[in-house]
Design a protein. Sequence first.
Length: 303
Amino acid sequence: MKIGIALTDFSWPVPGSGIGSAVTELAQAADASGIDSLWVMDHFFQIGISGHPPESPMLEAYAALGFLAGITDRIRLGTLVTAVPYRHPGVLIKSATTLDVLSGGRLIFGVGAGAPFDPEPMGPRTTFEAEGLGIPFPRLPRRFEQLEELLQIAHRMWSEDETPYRGNHYELARPLNSPNSIQRPHPPILIGGSGERKTLPLVARYADACNLFDLPRTGYADNLAHKLTVLRRRCDEIGRDYSTIEKTVTTALDIDAGHGPVLEHLKTLAATGIDHVILGPDGPWTPPRLERLIEIAPDIHAL
């Protein structure tokens, strides 16, 4: 089993000028230890699931990944997950490709439709980032249509196909992408979400990995065995080899509770068919918390 850490909570008791040092210490320790992957969220405001208000510190995903690429050597880097409305697909694939090139081929391209609901306007004190920053945020059905077009554009640009792309939502006259990605035929594409009618069929058709949820008490806790059964069925319907898709899960475990409970839960996930677990503790990562995870990383990799 692979193990990743998600840097999603930046509420260390430091001023803004200290966040860079805190991120550097954690990222370089994870990189040196054999942790497989390092992830950030694609949010501009902190989200409610963290337990913090929207004013809590939040880093922009692709600027953060560029920084992380420059201070690490081997760990894989990705977003959980890029929200399709936040960037034009051509610019997004160019940004992702640049990260892959400059990191030496370490990008995992995580993408999704954005919020699994349609937020209602809240006005000047809004907690929703798209409304707050003036970013167009279509209704969910349209965002799924945009997501499929983004995936088609990604495959086209990474395959060096410069022929015009004309979809219902995006038109690219010449999807040139130079330099192209180091990873061939393209960086691994991970689609986040567990919807059975829209998301999992997109995984089967376009992606190299899925990301499901193991976050009890948050409203994001999938029946993982059932979701994987649905994914297998969607693969069978189009003749895709189910085993070629990496099954990842985002989970929140109490790292401070000791090695035993953490390993037991990860054993259960492995038995369910999960290949890659991405961990976020309750609160920010700290050097002692990361060290506790590093201590059991060999046991996790052996699962």
